[in-house]
Design a protein around this ligand. Structure first.
Ligand SMILES: [Mg+2]
Length: 256
């Protein structure tokens, strides 16, 4: 990974939209900071589009689409994206609702099996507002060892489920969709091309996004994941979580 300062002015000028992860990237452990939120408003004033891409729940994404300075939000690891159009929230799911409901039933049955094999696991505190995804809390309100996380992943994947690890949750779902596939659908909706995208993230679940786009940035904690991280971003910030995000926006603005 290169220091962010190595990004050329040409590469920076090429960027028309910033796709960004939330937990551990835009939002710090303590919560959402005004400095980061203000930068989001600033980049939109500069004419760039903003898209949040997260494993967080449909309920949270509904609020983000309605209130935040974003052009769209991809949620539950690609199950859907929401955006506001003429004051109405438009909700697009990857599959039609019949298919998504079938997947949800399979997921409930898998969760029962997981609980009997791993009695200490707990669903994430925002599980009640999820529609298509199961989030196991690994470090938000409880803690699960790396070894146990890998065992849970093997168990779930053996049953045909998809998995992704963020800095706080292990997400599990049925359905052949990913954050990057859904992000590409958002770009179509917004009339953007993937060569004009910058993606910033912090964790192993961002690896597919780092693989999908040319200009990618990791906040500094991205280097802490060892073998859990398969693909690294092109650039890395000095700062962690939202400080890294702010550093990135300051850099991009400074080149304009
Ligand atoms: Mg993250």
């Amino acid at each position: 990974m290169l220091p962010l300062s190595e990004m050329s002015t040409k590469e920076s000028h090429n960027i028309k939209a910033i796709l960004f992860d939330l937990d551990g990237t835009f939002v710090s452990k303590e919560g959402l900071k005004s400095n980061a939120y203000g930068k989001l408003e600033l980049v939109r004033q500069k004419g760039l589009k903003t898209v949040a891409v997260t494993g967080r729940s449909a309920g949270w994404c509904d609020l983000i689409a309605r209130w935040w300075p974003v052009d769209a939000v991809v949620g539950e690891n690609g199950a859907f994206f929401f955006f506001k159009s003429k004051n109405k929230i438009v909700r697009r799911t990857f599959y039609d609702l019949k298919e998504q409901n079938k997947n949800r039933k399979k997921l409930s049955s898998l969760f029962e099996k997981l609980k009997s094999h791993f009695p200490n696991i707990r669903s994430a505190s925002d599980q009640f507002s999820r529609q298509w995804d199961l989030a196991i809390d690994i470090s938000e309100e409880t803690s699960v060892s790396k070894e146990e996380i890998l065992k849970i992943i093997n168990f779930a994947e053996d049953k045909g489920a998809c998995t992704a690890i963020s800095n706080i949750h292990l997400n599990i779902w049925f359905g052949d969709y990913t954050k990057e596939q859904m992000s590409l659908k958002v770009l179509e909706e917004l009339g953007l091309h993937k060569k004009n995208i910058l993606y910033v993230g912090d964790s192993p679940n961002d690896s597919p996004m780092f693989n999908c786009f040319d200009t990618t940035v990791g906040v500094s904690s991205v280097k802490n994941y060892g073998e859990l991280m398969s693909i690294y971003p092109k650039y890395i910030t000095k700062g962690n979580d939202s400080e890294g995000f702010v550093e990135l926006i300051n850099f991009l603005i400074s080149t304009r």
